[in-house]
Design a protein around this ligand. Structure first.
Ligand SMILES: Cc1cc2nc3c(=O)[nH]c(=O)nc-3n(C[C@H](O)[C@H](O)[C@H](O)COP(=O)(O)OP(=O)(O)OC[C@H]3O[C@@H](n4cnc5c(N)ncnc54)[C@H](O)[C@@H]3O)c2cc1C
Length: 308
């Protein structure tokens, strides 16, 4: 990288609050436990620190990426060029308005989705019960419009606060962010800082009952206690990627320590010391088997990041 540790510390002195680490292994920061080292890993503690870092990166032409809880990315074995900006300290949930039938929440991007799901259970707020068991952050769930059991993140978004690569902070209405199946128009160079979410008020027992029932179903049908990055491929229109992979005979297929889950074929699990190289090779093999058998081209849902 263009600047060394000492220079970093010097340049950010008095302009940055938070942790800065150098040569950090991404294995510790991804649900798959895979990935090489990133040059720099930072956890800024406030928006001003994010802005000051972005301005420095812009000046020095250094690449960066935002990180939630690393549960939808495959980091290459050669690591990441530049800076990973973790939002993990942006962890606040606040009630903004509460009426008889609806409530508006302010939620920071680093809040684990499960913390939000549990908060809603405890308060009797309905709308995200189906997102139970998804191990990402609120920021990651917004960027990829996470969804499950017919419930999608976009359904509860009022607005999202986004800082662009130049450090400009704007609030965007949910409708303007182009949400669709596992997609939003949010750029790779944008940093989501927070969102306002609208939920319906309901009986606590009802919200808890639905959430717990979805969690039981998720536990029965998906390998949620294994190391994975969730679904590897998007579901093709009107079809299930998991079913196609299973019927193409790929369940249990293995490349090194990466295995096509025997529980749900659209999950690849890391059984030990799996690598990104193995994971990608398995993706190619599986996609090719599905293409041959069904003439369907599977599109990745997980995001591949890092130096090739
Ligand atoms: C066991 C398991 C089950 C899962 N089940 C589901 C499911 O049912 N439905 C589903 O949709 N997904 C599921 N996933 C996938 C994953 O948890 C979701 O996609 C989740 O929303 C990703 O959030 P994250 O914080 O981990 O994002 P990351 O993996 O950290 O990042 C994903 C992308 O979002 C960007 N990003 C993250 N945070 C920010 C931010 N604050 N600002 C700007 N960009 C940001 C990153 O740069 C990256 O491009 C599952 C994963 C696992 C491991």
């Amino acid at each position: 990288m263009q600047i060394d540790e000492q220079e970093w510390k010097e340049m950010l002195k008095n302009r940055y609050q938070g942790y800065i680490g150098f040569g950090i292994s991404m294995k510790e920061h991804t649900s798959l436990g895979i990935g090489g080292r990133t040059d720099v890993f930072i956890t800024p503690e406030d928006p001003l620190s994010v802005r000051n870092v972005l301005s420095l990166l812009q000046k020095k032409n250094i690449p960066f990426m935002a990180l939630g809880r690393g549960s939808n990315i495959l980091v290459r074995d050669n690591g990441i060029d530049g800076v990973v900006i973790s939002l993990s300290t942006f962890n606040r949930i606040e009630v903004l308005k509460e009426g008889n039938s609806a409530v508006e929440l302010f939620v920071e991007a680093g809040v684990p989705l499960q913390k939000l799901v549990n908060f809603c259970k405890e308060q009797g707020y309905s709308g995200i019960e189906g997102l139970t068991g998804i191990p990402g952050s609120v920021g990651g769930a917004i960027c990829g419009n996470a969804g499950s059991f017919g419930c999608e993140m976009k359904d509860v978004i009022v607005s999202v606060a986004i800082m662009d690569r130049d450090g400009r902070l704007d609030r965007y209405k949910g409708e303007g962010l182009g949400f669709s199946y596992r997609y939003s128009d949010i750029l790779k160079t944008d940093i989501v800082l927070s969102a306002n979410l609208k939920l319906k008020r309901d009986e606590k027992e009802q919200v808890t009952g639905r959430t717990d029932q979805f969690f039981i179903e998720k536990k029965m049908t998906q390998p949620i206690s294994n190391r994975s990055a969730g679904c590897v491929f998007k579901n093709p229109d009107g079809n299930s990627a998991g079913r196609l992979i299973e019927e193409a005979g790929c369940k249990g297929m293995r490349m090194g320590d990466i295995e096509v889950s025997t529980v749900h074929a659209n999950y690849f699990v890391n059984k030990g010391e799996g690598t990104a190289t193995d994971y990608r090779a398995l993706m190619e093999q599986v996609a090719s088997a599905v293409q041959t058998r069904f003439n369907v081209m599977l599109e990745p849902e997980i995001q591949l990041v890092g130096r090739s």
